[in-house]
Design a protein around this ligand. Sequence first.
Ligand SMILES: [Zn+2]
Length: 143
Amino acid sequence: MTPAGYILIRPETLVGVQKAVEAAMGPAAADCLAAGGRAGGARATAGAAGDATARVRRLLAQGAEIGWGQFTLERLTPSALVVSVTGSPFARAYGGATAPVCHLTRGVLEALATAVLDRPRSVSETACAAMGAARCRFETTAA
Ligand SMILES: [Zn+2]
């Protein structure tokens, strides 16, 4: 059963949008997709109770429940968040790529980072299964 407030959509549908936007816009497409992830992530983190660790773990568990892959919290400090994802449906649906492709997940994690870290920080996908990595890895940038 789909959780309340969600619709089901195939990864291939989202990746179809992603590839069309990439063809139309080039590299700027990645930030557009991340913006969508941030909007959804802000909704997901709003009203979440508990300390930073509890909020992060809850959101990562929800990510697995809705089929975005198996999330692992690698590091959480007041200024840094590092998360890895095994089995990203976005990477799987995308196929081989020369750059990271999981921009929706990156955006969600940026919203999460904004909610729990000392100040808003960008997130980079530093490894991606679409590029042949064993798992996707997302890290807040130091700046
Ligand atoms: Zn990825």
